[in-house]
Design a protein around this ligand. Structure first.
Ligand code: BTN
Length: 245
């Protein structure tokens, strides 16, 4: 991953750009990384937009071809990508770094980055996976709307070389991806749970059916559903659309 690196000065979204190449049948080797200095229409999860100050942060997409996974196993890619980013940043940031379900990267209670993974399916297997990753590295000021955001620079008071962090992320994403390919799914799932924010802790959540309620994060199911146990001991499963927290 990352041997084939394309840097673009300005693009709408690296995910859209890479998906366009694929839909034009342009041959793109697995592991290719498209990085943008500036995205003017960056996309986040759940139809959100992703803003990033030009030149300051990492905004890139990498291409995987997980033909060995079924659509029901696609959340393992979210796990592998989150773990890759986590392990790349851990030497800099240490134990306050967490993965927030499903695949946000947090430092304490602040969001450092996130990812948008877009998969295509062929037959009963996955075909292409566009793994879009945005990590705040050297941005110092965040707009009022982004109260919850932070960057490596805000935490460590130091500028970092984007391409160095990028190559570490690529290295570790590859490690976890190859584990999936070798069938070591349990290893990847356990590693993800170990780094999961709020595991076995009580928090307040909000869902469409229950309104605001307290519960404990218990597990993430193979397909990616979050399991929360309420104060009565009842376990419930949620997808991202059903839950606010
Ligand atoms: C989120 O936290 O909602 C996910 C943010 C994902 C942003 C990255 S930046 C590179 C890639 N291109 C996009 O348009 N989005 C992802």
């Amino acid at each position: 991953v990352g041997q084939n690196l394309v840097t673009i000065k300005q693009v709408d979204s690296t995910n859209s750009f890479l998906k366009n190449l694929l839909s034009n049948s342009t041959p793109v080797p697995e592991g290719t990384v498209i990085m943008a200095e500036e995205q003017y229409a960056g996309r986040g999860q759940q139809q959100n937009t992703w803003h990033s100050e030009p030149g300051k942060n990492l905004t890139f997409s990498l291409l995987l071809k997980p033909h060995f996974l079924t659509p029901g196993q696609q959340f393992d890619l979210n796990r592998a990508a989150s773990l890759g980013v986590y392990d790349a940043l851990y030497p800099l940031l240490g134990d306050k770094l967490k993965i927030k379900w499903p695949n946000d990267i947090y430092y304490g209670d602040q969001k450092l980055g996130g990812m948008l993974i877009e998969n295509s399916i062929q037959g009963d297997k996955l075909k292409d996976s566009v793994v879009g990753i945005g990590i705040n590295i050297n941005q110092e000021n965040f707009p009022d709307g982004a109260v919850n955001a932070t960057s490596v620079k805000q935490i460590l008071q130091k500028d970092y070389e984007l391409t160095l962090i990028l190559s570490e992320i690529c290295r570790y994403v590859e490690v976890y991806y190859l584990k999936l390919r070798a069938g070591q799914t349990e290893f990847v799932r356990n590693a993800y749970l170990q780094r999961l924010y709020w595991l076995n802790e009580e928090r307040s959540f909000e869902s469409e059916n229950r309104g605001v309620f307290n519960g404990i994060v218990k597990n993430v199911l193979p397909a990616g559903l979050l399991v929360i146990e309420d104060t009565m001991g009842v376990q419930m499963e949620f997808n991202l659309k059903e839950l606010k927290f």
